[in-house]
Design a protein around this ligand. Structure first.
Ligand SMILES: NC(=O)c1ccc[n+]([C@@H]2O[C@H](COP(=O)([O-])OP(=O)(O)OC[C@H]3O[C@@H](n4cnc5c(N)ncnc54)[C@H](O)[C@@H]3O)[C@@H](O)[C@H]2O)c1
Length: 380
């Protein structure tokens, strides 16, 4: 079996999750990491043989097959282009980058090189979201007319909560929308096969300023330093977004994307109603798919590979009753990406740079609507 040589750029919250997921696949060796902050310590902690403090040196020296880009958003494009110019396939974190120009460059580079280009919209890859995708293709829900849901968190509730995502120069022009809303919008469009064509948005920024610690900022989700040593910085991105949608088949939709919903840790939920059934899936109960009907009993479809489509069984790695979640969805996504290396003409089920570009356009249109208080058309 060919073993792929992989390097990880950026080892904070999600970089470590990438390493764990890759190791579980068996055909991938994580040979090096690159991170300007404590790289040798991080490599030792995670059992990775080599550590670099810059990605260029790692890519030039390590003969890598794949690089995973797990850094703050504003660095994704530069790292990706460098990797692809050196003949290396790229798995990039979402949001793909911070401007449409960067996104166009990444799409063009992927096309020019024919290299595998994947984006970690991992929510497509839970056992029950991948199963729902096949059910909808089979027509099990009937024609779809309403889609609604949420992606809600509370980790940025207080003005003492600080992370690089707070700064638009590092994160991009939207925050709740591009950081978590992008997951929801990718998921509902992927499972239904529909496109979002028009948006109407209302934003709230709870804190006009936030306290940025002057000492070292801890990793993502580890927040609320009570250190008195801070500077007050102005906030120019939304903590909360309420968005209405029009879909390509005429279906209507709505969602809340928010980082200030007290008590909600990381809840992605979607409800998709067709004329035959409603399907409801939520990340908090991700091994279940609720199916609601007008003239019959409602059902809960519990994850069980033996009851799933042949195509999606592989995404249920353990027997029914054995819970699978976030790390498993990421593993499933990477399995599909690595299987596609060297096959540039395949139309994969994972999100590609093209999908990442479309998400960026969508986020910009949502921002435009929030600013103009008008419905905005989305042309991809
Ligand atoms: N798919 C998901 O569910 C998911 C979840 C979390 C984060 N993300 C995405 O992953 C990316 C990273 O987020 P995070 O939460 O892990 O952030 P983080 O702050 O926890 O970690 C980022 C790491 O990148 C390093 N870094 C910064 N600049 C670098 C550079 N130029 N070269 C190498 N390393 C560099 C930092 O030192 C840090 O270790 C973001 O794009 C984020 O949106 C995706």
């Amino acid at each position: 079996m060919k073993k792929f040589r992989t390097g990880i750029v950026g080892v904070g919250f999600i970089g470590a999750a990438h390493i764990e997921a890759l190791r579980r696949l068996g055909n991938i060796e994580v040979v090096a990491i690159a991170d300007p902050v404590n790289a040798p310590h991080k490599a030792e902690r995670l059992g990775v043989p080599k550590a670099y403090d810059n990605y260029q040196e790692m890519i030039e020296k390590e003969s890598l097959d794949v690089v995973h880009v797990c850094t703050p958003n504003f660095t994704h494009s530069e790292i990706t282009v460098f990797a692809m110019d050196n003949g290396v396939n790229v798995v990039c974190e979402k949001p793909m980058c911070v401007t449409i120009q960067e996104a166009d460059l990444m799409v063009a580079k992927a096309k020019e090189t024919g290299l595998m280009n994947g984006l970690n919209f991992h929510n497509r890859w839970y056992p029950m979201t991948s199963e729902l995708t096949e059910m909808i293709k089979d027509g099990d829900l009937g024609p779809i007319h309403v889609i609604f849901g949420e992606f809600t968190q509370d980790w940025l509730l207080y003005d003492t909560d600080y992370n690089w995502r707070i700064e638009s120069s590092e994160s991009g022009t939207t925050r709740a929308v591009s950081d978590i809303g992008s997951h929801w919008m990718d998921l509902v469009q992927h499972v239904t096969g529909l496109e979002i064509k028009e948006v109407f948005a209302d934003f709230k920024t709870l804190h006009a300023t936030r306290r940025k610690p002057k000492s070292e900022v801890l990793e993502t989700f580890i927040t609320s330093s009570d250190d008195d040593n801070f500077e007050e910085i102005p906030i120019d991105t939304e903590d909360h977004a309420s968005v209405l949608f029009h879909f390509s088949n005429g279906a209507v939709g709505s969602a809340i994307f928010s980082q200030i919903i007290t008590g909600r840790k990381c809840k992605l939920a979607m409800s998709i109603s067709g004329m035959k059934q409603t399907a409801y899936w939520c990340s908090d109960t991700c091994n279940e798919l609720w199916l609601g009907r007008r003239g019959d009993y409602n059902q809960v479809f519990e994850k069980d590979a033996s009851l799933m489509h042949k195509k999606t069984m592989v995404n249920a790695g353990y027997p029914g009753g054995h819970a699978e979640g976030f790390p498993d969805a990421i593993k499933n996504n990477f399995r599909a990406m690595y299987a596609n290396i060297g096959k540039p003409n395949n139309a994969p089920d994972y999100a590609t740079f093209f999908d990442g570009r479309n998400e960026l356009i969508l986020c910009e249109k949502i921002l435009e609507s929030a600013r103009t208080h008008k419905w905005v058309k989305v042309d991809y």
